[in-house]
Ligand binder design. Structure first.
Ligand SMILES: *Cc1c(COP(=O)(O)O)cnc(C)c1O
Length: 232
């Protein structure tokens, strides 16, 4: 077995264990391979091992890699998205995790309309209210989602969060809990065209805790490909 295959098996095993704890079907957990800084050769290797979703955080990387992927895959934009770059990826991505303003949503809607696409998005929440992180502050969610849900070519499919990086993932469990609460309350709200199908939270360091608290979409980079080399 190669390293990527070993890593993916290890993660799948952990997903199974976390799901067992909470009586949840592991099939419901969407595993995203986060491929920032990772070359297309390694990406193809991961896809060959059964990965179905690729997550990138930069528009540039999606554009460079898009045509070099040999397998059928979904592309997810998981990083901060500038409005002036939406046009480059609107035809390429299946889900945008990082919508955190009405202005960005309007641009996505406009570009989607132009190519006759209904695009799925998640609303990014800055759940720990960190100054250094993007995302809507949790007390602005209702108004923003209401306005975004009026846009014709956007479908809100859930929420995304990044939590602070800490050594011990138990420390961030309360943030995952808080996200699940927001997710459930929106699920029970009556916003039109807003569905809560995906709760995207959990990275290499904390995905098991995230799953225990209700995540059904985890974004794993290091855990699959090893430490990233930003100087390549
Ligand atoms: C890099 C990144 C991840 C994955 O991080 P790892 O710790 O390597 O698993 C997940 N989500 C986003 C938004 C990222 O930018």
């Amino acid at each position: 077995m190669n390293r990527i295959e070993t890593n993916i098996n290890f993660i799948k095993n952990n997903i199974n264990n976390a799901c067992k704890k909470i009586n949840r079907n592991p099939e419901e957990i969407n595993l995203i391979a986060v491929t920032k800084t990772i070359d297309t050769e390694q990406m193809n290797a991961a896809l060959k091992m059964g990965i179905k979703i690729i997550g990138e955080n930069k528009v540039q990387e999606i554009m460079e890699k898009y045509d070099k992927i040999e397998y059928e895959t979904q592309w997810h934009m998981i990083g901060h998205l500038q409005t002036n770059k939406v046009k480059y990826i609107i035809d390429k991505v299946d889900l945008i995790h990082s919508v955190d303003s009405i202005r960005l949503a309007k641009e996505i809607d406009k570009r989607a309309k132009k190519i006759n696409k209904i695009i799925d998005i998640l609303i990014q929440i800055n759940v720990a209210d960190e100054e250094t992180k993007f995302g809507l502050s949790s007390n602005k969610i209702d108004n923003t989602i209401k306005e975004i849900s009026d846009l014709g070519n956007i479908r809100v499919q859930g929420l995304m969060a990044m939590v602070p990086y800490v050594e011990d993932p138990e420390v961030v469990r309360p943030y995952f809990k808080k996200m699940k609460k927001i997710y459930d309350s929106l699920k029970n709200s009556s916003f039109q065209k807003v569905s809560m199908n995906y709760l995207s939270m959990g990275m290499t360091n904390d995905y098991m805790v995230a799953i225990e608290e209700g995540s059904n979409m985890i974004r794993i980079g290091t855990g699959i490909f090893g430490e990233r080399d930003y100087n390549r």
